[in-house]
Design a protein around this ligand. Structure first.
Ligand code: SAM
Length: 273
């Protein structure tokens, strides 16, 4: 990717404009230093620390997402600090080493939106095979363009989760499914579990979560061939908000009836959470 002299205008993305309207105009060097100091300051809260090359990629990701935000509604999070906490830290905190994920993990990020959590994971785990899924074609077109420019191997598909959940190229093909901010946990489970190989793991990124929610959700997960293996809570380091990740293990093939036809999981979720 090429930058103008101030380092705040990307000259290679389509229709580049200075990032003053919906994003902070920040020089790349300052941005990389800012991210570096945040990672160092909060290193005890994260299982991963970036190399200098990865810090540069994270800075390019920030600038690229801000560029996309000029024409697409990708994210409301635009200051570097917010982006670091709510997109970078939040995406990465869930991937603890004890998950024992292989270095060639095959991941699909369902409802990826602006590429989260998929893009930070593509930077942290460059050997993973990453698919970004979103139903909005213009978002996917942008993400594919950005992925190419940042030299990620991640590839986007514009489809509904309910549709690709029955497609032989995707059903039961993934080691890991991530899904953040796409809807109720029961809807996310119905989207995610059919895509996993038996033995694979789905991570549902949630906010607040209670034991009563777990009780309500468990039968819905069982219907789709999974179990709740772990629930981890996190406190975000800057704004001290609560995050919860649900780790679902697929224990048996998902019944052919799931996911149900487009729109049904949302209209009539398998559970009320
Ligand atoms: N995961 C991102 C994040 O956390 O920043 C984006 C979340 S955004 C609120 C939800 C995204 O899910 C939207 O981009 C929407 O198009 C996508 N989405 C919703 N339902 C979907 C479905 N059934 N299949 C595929 N994508 C879907």
């Amino acid at each position: 990717m090429a930058w103008d002299k101030a380092g705040c205008r990307c000259t290679t993305l389509n229709n580049p404009v200075p990032f003053r309207r919906r994003c902070y105009c920040v020089a790349m060097k300052d941005l990389v230093e800012k991210f570096q100091s945040l990672f160092q300051l909060h290193q005890d809260t994260l299982p991963w620390q970036p190399s200098p090359a990865q810090l540069q990629q994270l800075g390019e990701l920030y600038i690229g997402i801000c560029a996309g935000n000029q024409r697409l509604n990708l994210t409301r999070i635009t200051t570097p600090e917010d982006f670091w906490e709510k997109h970078l830290w939040d995406s990465l905190a869930a991937i603890a080493p004890d998950l024992n994920l292989s270095i060639t993990t095959k991941l699909i990020d369902v409802g990826t939106g602006g590429g989260f959590p998929a893009f930070p994971l593509a930077i942290a785990f460059p050997d993973w095979q990453i698919t970004l899924l979103d139903s909005t074609r213009k978002k996917i077109n942008f993400l594919n363009e950005l992925s190419q420019q940042l030299q990620f191997t991640a590839h986007g598909i514009a489809e509904r989760a309910e549709a690709i959940g029955h497609h032989p190229d995707h059903r039961a093909q993934y080691d890991l499914v991530t899904i953040r901010a796409v809807g109720k946990a029961a809807i996310c489970s119905e989207y995610a579990l059919p895509l996993l190989k038996v033995g694979g793991l789905a991570i549902l990124y949630r906010g607040q979560w209670t034991p009563a929610d777990t009780e309500l959700l468990a039968p819905a997960i069982a219907q789709c061939g999974g179990t709740i293996e772990a629930i981890r809570t996190f406190t975000t380091p800057l704004t001290h908000s609560q995050r919860t990740c649900l780790y679902l293990r697929k224990t048996q093939p998902t019944n052919d009836q799931f996911p149900r036809p487009v729109g049904i999981p949302k209209q009539s979720p398998l559970a009320s959470v």
